[in-house]
Design a protein. Structure first.
Length: 881
């Protein structure tokens, strides 16, 4: 905790001075005083640049009791301790070091290191939490096999878990017992985990394709034993999928997942012992929505896939974070696409990218997928490292093809299993396996910012040549004024007037390619592509399936967009055309509102909307997405100076006018899709529910008595949380007296279920209401709320700050003051969560002078606060500089 923390640079990387050959940990667990004895077999690293370097171990908030070198206790004068390190000079080249330290898990509110959740012990070590457990070279390029002994009171902590295989367990006198675990695979300290507590386990198994039987266990609090079925099935599916698609098998005899209520993020891939936020494990049809079910499948898959991409092959240093995260997100996306619907999944991915990553890339915290520097590494678990990182991997697959990509993966694993490596190593494997040149492609890792591609077209009827002119650019980002051109895969098709894909032949090619999508490589700042042999001017469908994370600009007529929306063979681009059309209409409405003009017509869009709504052939899930207007955040990104109130009003007005124009059809679709039979999470059933609930939300925009009754009926009679929460959400936006009654009934029914209560909090925080902030403040005093629980903070405060732009950006600055207040209250408890909240304020430059002033005032207030964490300091200072 300091106001001027140091910056760590990638260019300063040096190999570790010492390696750990073996790590043995002994824990005597007790709530307020846990004793940790660490016995490390250390050896000087032959690759170190300094053969005389002292041994420097990381350690934070530890009470050091003993230091013993090769069996000899050292006097205090033989070592140096400060707030971050333990240093021993003049040590031999190989030796055994034993330290005894004490920590206080009960006082640990940061949820990093060893802490208590619902009375159970658990750990979170990534990125640098292990140093809050014991002194250690806490860096990912130091890998060692671990043996861990846990000792605890048997009655209070019957379950004792750590990584790897159980070696032995037994009773001790004085009511305590012990368990000893061994992880034979070398791993960095960030993958260490322990869990101790009163938990029940759900057990199943998986037989690998080579015939090994793996025991699968999910540990939860006893009250949640009936909510683990879906998580278990998801794990089995993930294990089978990784074998089938990547040829990768699990490598231990046991795989354990523990669900805890207090967790800073989604889950953690500790070797053989994943610790999960209970949100990504627990599901029952009446408590979890379709989105929750899919989230669980995705996150279970993600953590499982890390076993190879992250654990067996890990990061050399934290600048390489996307080596494991971008790649593993890509893998979990592909898994979900195969389990559900590929186009629906792709649209959702792009929505997240545009909603979270594009704004980040355009703001003061913009950083490359492989950052160059950081103050606090926890601030770099970002949409850029994760989601843009996954897009970068996807582009490699777009360029090399699926088969080439798989060959690259095989080579990467063959070369680097058991190592800590860099993104360069990954690219080298991809290039070498394919004889490909990815030299220019590397810029995706080193240059920040979202590239823009401007396309103009020209058709010459006399020669039948159709020319696409592409110009790429990338706006400046902090520390990077100008950018070099990117290597961009541009997937495209050209449609004839009937909507068929044309065969594509570039000038100079002997014959046309088969009709369909083709991937071009853009490499220059300006480049033209000439297609020959065309008899009429085609309609271009560019960037199909979102083949690169860029902003595409092409001047198409409204009619062409409507045509693509109806006809494009690429489902992603059908959706995209509708979004572009809607964006045009909405930005027009925003301008009308700002100028006080009467609102323009939205005929082309409205007609296309009606056609979509009445389409009986298409996948309802895709229709639901097509009928959903671009979000307020997305629209804000399209404006030079954001007007949050006008955006909100425009979007609401368009929703109402569409609902009025298509009321009968909306009602008809709603009724046609009513639930039949028992709840199922099959994609078809999920799709039907999503379309039905989109219709309900439109209908509720009119707030007519009859729809309110319909909504109440769905709320009261829905047999699944998806339908119930959709109805409650619609009521929560309304000004009707039914609102309060429904919210109260819901809380009454679910007050014992924290995850369901989170939904209740979020609905109120994101409600379209004049006094939302007042209600949020009141809810903070509600017994359901706790500032110490990250899920609660995200559900209430996070939802308000990040998910309710109109209320957050109120002109009086009340939303900004509230945010700063909460950041200050949270920071001493949990800096990671506080920093995420502070990020809501950092894009002040996008707003009008008045809001800029108000936001800056609050940022300054944060910066002036005494004892600000490194986490919040970095976000705030970068925003103001
Ligand atoms: N690797 C963890 C994230 C750790 C975050 C540390 N602040 C979860 C994941 O990406 O799988
Ligand atoms: Zn991950």
């Amino acid at each position: 905790m300091t106001n001027r923390p140091t910056t760590i640079y990638l260019k300063d990387y040096t190999p570790p001075a010492f390696l750990v050959e073996n790590t043995d940990l002994h824990f005597e667990l007790a709530e307020s005083k846990t004793r940790v004895t660490a016995t490390l077999r250390l050896r000087r690293n032959p690759d170190s640049t300094d053969p005389a370097a002292p041994l420097v171990l990381h350690g934070r908030e530890l009470t050091l009791r003993d230091v013993i070198l090769d069996g000899r206790p050292l006097p205090a004068a033989a070592y140096a301790v400060d707030t971050e390190t333990l240093t021993l000079a003049g040590v031999p080249d190989t030796f055994t070091l034993r330290t005894v330290t004490e920590i206080n898990p009960q006082a640990n509110t940061s949820l990093e290191g060893l802490y208590l959740s619902s009375g159970n012990f658990c750990t979170q070590c990534e990125a640098q939490g292990f140093r809050k457990i014991t002194y250690y070279p806490d860096r990912p390029d130091v890998m060692a096999p671990f043996t861990v002994t846990l000792v605890a009171d048997r009655a209070k902590y019957p379950v004792l878990l750590s990584n790897g295989n159980l070696l032995e367990k037994g009773e001790l006198d004085d009511g305590r017992h012990f368990a000893r675990w061994q992880d034979p695979y070398k791993k960095p300290s960030y993958l260490f985990a322990l869990v101790a507590g009163q938990l029940v386990k759900i057990e199943d198994r998986f037989t690998t394709r080579s015939g090994r039987v793996v025991t699968l266990q999910i540990f939860v609090e006893p009250r949640n034993a009936d909510k683990c079925e879906h998580a278990m099935r998801s794990l089995q599916k993930a294990m089978a999928w990784d074998e089938e698609v990547f040829g990768l098998e699990y490598d231990l005899d046991i795989y354990m997942i523990v669900a805890v209520d207090d967790f800073n993020m989604g889950a953690m891939e500790n070797k053989g012992l994943n610790v999960f936020n209970s949100k990504y494990v627990l599901a029952r049809p009446d408590t979890a929505t379709d989105a929750d079910y899919q989230g669980i499948e995705g996150v279970i898959g993600h953590e499982y896939f890390h076993n190879w991409t992250g654990n067996r092959i890990t990061c050399r240093d934290w600048f390489q974070l996307s080596l494991k995260e971008g790649l593993t997100v890509f893998r979990d996306q592909e898994f979900s696409a195969d389990m559900t619907s590929r186009p629906v999944k792709r649209i959702e991915e792009v929505r997240i990218l545009r909603q979270a990553q594009f704004p980040e890339d355009a703001g003061p915290m913009a950083h490359p997928v492989r950052p160059e520097s950081y103050v606090e590494i926890n601030n770099f678990y970002t949409a850029t490292v994760y989601n843009k990182g996954a897009e970068v991997i996807r582009m490699i697959q777009n360029l090399l093809g699926r088969e080439g990509f798989r060959q690259g993966m095989d080579l990467y694993i063959e070369r680097h299993d058991g190592q800590a490596v860099t993104t360069e190593d990954f690219l080298a494997a991809m290039a070498d396996a394919n004889g490909a040149d990815l030299a220019q492609f590397r810029r995706w890792y080193s240059q920040a910012g979202t590239p823009e591609i401007h396309v103009t077209t020209e058709f010459d009827p006399a020669s039948g040549v159709y020319t696409l002119r592409c110009r790429q650019s990338c706006p400046p980002t902090p520390g990077q004024e100008s950018k070099q051109p990117f290597h961009i895969p541009l997937a495209l098709g050209l449609l004839d007037r009937q909507g068929n894909d044309l065969p594509l032949q570039l000038e100079g090619e002997a014959a046309p390619h088969e009709a369909g999508t083709r991937v071009l490589s853009l490499r220059q700042e300006e480049e033209s592509f000439r297609f020959v042999g065309l008899t009429e001017e085609p309609v271009p469908s560019l960037l199909r399936d979102f083949s690169a994370p860029v902003k595409l600009q092409i001047d198409l007529a409204d009619a062409d967009l409507a045509f693509l929306m109806a006809r494009d063979a690429d489902p992603f681009n059908r959706w995209e055309a509708g979004q572009q059309l809607a964006t045009r209409v909405l930005l027009g409405l925003v301008e009308d509102l700002r100028q006080g003009r009467t609102q323009g017509e939205a005929d082309v869009f409205s007609e296309a909307f009606g056609l979509t709504l009445q389409d009986r052939e298409a996948d309802p899930a895709l229709l639901a997405l097509a009928l959903t207007l671009p979000s307020e955040t997305y629209l804000a990104e399209q404006m030079t100076v954001v007007d949050p109130a006008a955006i909100h009003a425009a979007r609401k007005a368009l929703r109402q006018s569409l609902a009025r124009r298509w009321q009968a059809e909306l009602l008809d679709t709603y009724e046609r899709l009513g639930e039949t039979g028992p709840y199922s999470i099959e994609p078809a059933a999920v799709g039907r529910r999503s379309l039905k609930n989109v219709c309900l939300a439109y209908l509720m925009a009119l707030e007519e008595d009859e729809t309110v009754r319909l909504c109440q009926r769905q709320f009261a009679q829905g047999d699944n949380m998806t339908d119930v929460i959709a109805a409650l959400g619609a009521l929560a936006h309304s000004r009707r007296p039914e609102r309060q009654a429904a919210l109260a009934a819901f809380y009454g029914q679910w007050r014992q279920d924290p995850l369901v209560v989170d939904k209740w909090l979020s609905l109120q925080a994101t409600a379209d209401h004049p006094d939302t902030l007042m209600q949020v403040r009141a809810l903070m005093a509600h017994p359901a709320f706790s500032l110490r629980n990250p899920n609660k903070v995200r559900a209430l405060i996070g939802a308000f700050c990040h998910g309710n732009p109109a209320a957050f950006h109120r002109e009086d600055g009340s939303g900004y003051r509230f945010t700063a207040e909460q950041v200050l209250a949270l920071d001493p408890l949990n800096p990671q969560v506080a920093a995420r909240l502070a990020a809501a304020l950092i894009r002040w430059r996008k707003f009008d002078d008045g809001r800029q002033q108000l936001m800056k005032e609050q940022l300054q207030r944060l910066l002036d606060a005494p004892r600000l964490s490194r986490d919040v300091y970095e976000i705030v200072s970068k925003s103001l500089s």
